[in-house]
Design a protein around this ligand. Sequence first.
Ligand SMILES: [Zn+2]
Length: 413
Amino acid sequence: MTIPAITLINTKAVIDGTGSKPTENVTVVLEGAYIKTIQPRGQISLPTGYSPRILDFPDGYLLPGLVDVHTHLMFGGWSKHYEEVITGDSDEISLLRASKNALTHLRCGVTSLRDNGSRNKVTFNLREGALRGYATTPRLFLCGRPVTLTGGHFHWCNQEADGVSGVRTAVRKLVKDGADHIKIMAAGGGTTITDNRRPSYTVDELRAIVDEAHNMGKLTTAHCLATQSITNALEAGVDMIEHAGFIEPDGSYKFHPAIGERIAKQGVYLSPTVQTGYRDREALLVKESERTLTKSEYGKLEALKAKCESQLEFLGRMWNKSGVQVVSGTDAIRMFGDYCLGLELMSEAGMSNIDIIKASTSIAAESMGITEITGSIKPGKQADLIVVDQNPLLDIKALRNMSMVMLGGEQVV
Ligand SMILES: [Zn+2]
């Protein structure tokens, strides 16, 4: 599709993603794929001969496209654990599914996303396909394969690396293959043979990964469930922490205020991925109310309750007390297009709606190093835009229903 030379978008209000007050009765002018100016309604003078595309949303709120800092595009299948998917499906089938997942997310308003770990070159191939026009996806920012120790979390993505020189080689190989950032598995996780209560890499290994990535101009983010893994990642100077599970060696959850303060002080972004496990918990709660839970499901529900409740509590504490920079990531792996759930949970954790919008637009873009391209409604940025019909400053659930989604000037919804 060719993008019109000039587009005028009229909406009730513009919420620019930076935390500024909404501006009312304005027209956003696009020049091709870019935002040109934001003018009071009715004061646009165009050179003669131009017949602009005009998009009218009299009840609409215009915002920057949403940013998801954490997904795993190649997976999927609600009823299957991701390890069943990875052993059962080829890279080719996974690539097709990644394409579908990416489009599902885009239609829900996510115009930029990070993939934090898929197998082999699946996501690199997706990006190449999208560039050639074979698939429609959000802007993709890819780690390719996560760096993990031998037998570590996501080892089947095929980037195991051990020791200081081993991990440096892994980073170089990933950048050679096309990685935009480096994802580090700093603790065990949902991969069966790993232990989420324990850190994986040593601080020396983590330092080597961060140093090598930074030498190559790449940002790093670390999967941290075990409390010790958070401390190790901070010691090594990572740029972002995923999950911040605060899981003790005995498997209990315990928040450490000093660690929260250190995350804030070091200026490390926190991607709390608050929605992981939420939909499973919800499904099991239904079964509980119907009295059809099996014994093993009962155990799973108890574990999920503890996890979901602690995640929200810790986010609230880090947000309110420590002043940590929070960004929005779904950790989408089995379900795509449910981005707004994480925002609703951030609201439940005590974040204000304006701050949730920042966390999912301008700050998320900043955390990924892409503010020059996207993340706010400012002249010169790409026209990555969404329109919703209710005011998200009053109720964040407004971001569940998109009236328009635009990616680089091209309307996709
Ligand atoms: Zn993840």
